[in-house]
Every structure is written in C-alpha cells, then in structure tokens.
Design a protein. Sequence first.
Length: 293
Amino acid sequence: MKAYLSISSIVLYFLLFNACTNNKSGSISGIVTDSKTDSAIQNVQITTLPHSVSIYTDKNGNYNIDLLKPDTNYTVSATRDGYVKNSITVHVLKDSKNPGNIPLQKIRNIEPFKESGRDVRPIHIATDSNKSEKKDQLTSNNSSLNESEHSIPSSEKQSRAALKNSSEELNLSGRYSGKLYQKDYINPSNEAAYDYSIELARTTNIEYSGTSKIIIGSDYGIFRLSAVLINSILALTEEKVLEQRLSNYPYWCIKHAELDVISNNGTIFLSGKWSSDTYNCNPGRIELKYQGK
C-alpha cells in the first residue's frame, strides 16, 4: 500500500510539473546596444510586465528569459544609469525563442557640478569654438531664416532694412517673454507651446550674455546663455543648467536658436527657429516680445 502511494505521488508530481512547463514554454532573448554606436551594453537591468524576473545583461549585452506564458504580450524594459530607459513589446509564442533586441540612447554629460552652492545637472556644454563657428557662419551668410506661417506678419517686418548692418548701434539688453513651440514627437504637424523668456546683457558691441527660462507645467529650468548679434539676427546658445525643478522629464532640451530681430512701432520682437543636440528633442520656433530692462 505504501509503495502504491509513493508511485502515485511521483506520477502526480510529474504530471503537475509537465502541466506547468507546458503553460510557460516561451522565452525572450536579445541584446542591448548603444543606439548610436551599436556596441553592446553590459549590466543593463531587464524587467518584464507582466512580471517574471529581473536580470542583467552579460558582458556581450545578451539576456535571456525562460518559462514565459505563451500567447502573451510582454513589455520588456531596459534600464541603466547614463541611458534613457527603453521598453519594447514582445509577443511570446509557445516553444520558441522570441527576439527582443533593445537599443538605448545615451544621456550626455550627466556628471554633476556645483554653481552658486547648488548641485545641478548639465546636459550640454557649448564651447568657445562653437560660438566662433556660429559667428563666422552668420557673418558669411546675411540671409535670414525662412518665415514660418506663425511668424509675425511680413507687413510688420519692413523695418528690417533700418536694422540691417546696424548691430553695433542696436542694444538688445533687457527681458523678453513669449512662447517656445516644439513639434510633437509622434505627430510633427502638431505643436506644444511653453512659456519661455530670456534676459540679455550686452557685453561687447555685438555679444550678449544672460539667462533663459522655460516653464512646463510644474517643472521649470533656468539656463545660462550667450548670444551674438549680426545683421539683425541674434544667434543664441544655451550653455548650462543653473536651476531646475525636473520631475516629469528625464532631461532638458538645450537649445540653439537664430532669431530675427524685428522692430514694430518701437517694440522689439525676436522670432525664429530653434534646434537641439540633446537626444529626442524635436526642433521648433520661438516668439518673444521685449518687456523692458
């Protein structure tokens, strides 16, 4: 009788084991790479939803997750310091190795530094050579940017001729406020608008230093900037983060802009396009109005 019960227990155990493994027979395997260099990234944390395991990639960037429920969509996430978290969706098929390669975008210059007693996180640092190249480019090219359909009407821009070649006489010192527009990442035909302002102080006949500020919901960022004015075009470069409250986004778009200087009834407007070297930052436009010293 005891022998019969033991044999029955063993048979029942194998039946249950086979049932479990048959219900979880899919797997996901892949490699995590740098999206720019295609080089493998080791020690990347891999997690799934629905939850299964939490593992790390090996020295070749490879990972493998077994015993997953077949005919199920799994969200596989890859996380490592210095990179933007990325997730993919994999449909797990029964008795097969399902591919799950994941590229990661590197975040630039996230080393902390101190300024005015604060710990902040610079995203992009402009160099003096960048400024020199921009100045040379503007000097050799006097044509302004193409106007967008949202720019100030052309009838209000006739006074540019009076501003042309008068950069040394024109002083743009003061505060400007308005909107920064950014193209939607999914649908570039849509735009988001954010409160944006700059403060300029003249340092030479054509060069300026100052700050810029952007407000996105409850978040804000204040940046140090430099600018050069040539032929009624203000070339502006944000250089580093001075102060920030950043809770809903992983980083800021550090901007370069070429803004037309427009005089309308004695009021100065700055209008033009901006771009960014920061990852995943779609370009857009800036519209600002002079507010005073």
